[in-house]
Design a protein around this ligand. Structure first.
Ligand code: F6R
Length: 263
């Protein structure tokens, strides 16, 4: 695992966006795994700015989002399809037909989830999977005890996640208790993982994810099992890491990250 610690939230977002942009430049027809959530809002703004000012080209990209609320389609302002259109897809030159978000309104959720996996396979798998981390340590909506072998499926959200996300709803009681999410096993199949976490409220769970034992109680610890996982943090989110100074030293001296030193 590579851990990159940036001085501020804005710089961590810029680093995350730079890693995504370079993936697109290196492979214009790449398949991106995308995430929603507060952490991603400004990161997507930076990608939009790179598209507008530097011509970052999304025209050949394909994308698969991690999750969607059960019962919501893209017309719902709290749906993750709506979020993606609003923060990214409507603002860059991606072909919307190549963007995928799990189907939260399918009559047969299990069949739709299996179909989602097939579509990912048909695209040759995900090249870069963007992730955030929730207070429970979830990636996607893989709550504690999600099997590391889990695939895309409908899940029930925890009380902690309900408390984390319901303030985003005009009426908090409207937040669904269920979602469709890529599984931990699905996520681990991406060629590269990029998790971005900012702010002090993430410091405890980030330390457990990076330095704690691997456990299905904290889905994000599965990143320790991936051969190419990158975690980008701001100082606040990195505050509880025992090896913080070592990670900074390694990043600074690792030739693989030479091009990223002045971001
Ligand atoms: C969103 C997702 C979630 C979020 C996580 C952090 O698609 O899969 O795992 O990344 O809940 O959310 P924020 O960024 O709002 O703290």
């Amino acid at each position: 695992m590579d851990v990159i610690i940036m001085p501020t939230k804005a710089m961590a977002e810029k680093m995350g966006a730079a890693i995504i942009a370079n993936t697109i430049k290196a492979k214009p027809d790449c398949t991106l795994g995308l995430a929603t959530g507060r952490t991603m809002e400004h990161l997507y703004d930076i990608l939009v700015e790179m598209h507008q000012k530097e011509g970052l080209d999304f025209s050949l990209c394909r994308s698969f989002n991690l999750d969607e609320y059960v019962g919501f389609d893209g017309s719902n302002v709290n749906s993750y399809r709506y979020f993606m259109n609003h923060f990214l897809f409507d603002r860059v030159n991606i072909d919307k037909r190549n963007t995928h978000v799990p189907n939260g309104v399918a009559e047969d959720l299990a069949a739709a989830a299996a179909d989602y996996e097939e579509q990912m396979d048909a695209c040759g798998g995900v090249d870069l999977q963007l992730l955030g981390i929730g207070r429970t340590g979830h990636i996607g909506f893989n709550e504690p005890l999600s099997s590391f072998a889990s695939r895309t499926r409908a899940v029930t959200l925890t009380k902690t996640t309900y408390e984390q996300n319901s303030p985003l709803f005009e009426n908090p009681a409207d937040m669904p208790m269920r979602a469709v999410t890529m599984g931990v096993g699905t996520i681990l199949e991406a060629k590269r993982l990029l998790l971005v976490a900012t702010s002090s409220e993430k410091a405890d769970i980030v330390a457990k994810m990076i330095e704690g034992p691997v456990s299905s109680m904290i889905s994000a610890t599965a990143l320790q099992l991936h051969e190419d996982a990158v975690v980008v943090l701001d100082e606040d989110a990195a505050a509880k890491l025992a090896g913080k100074e070592e990670y900074k030293w390694s990043f600074k001296h690792d030739p693989r990250w030479a091009a990223y030193q002045n971001i």
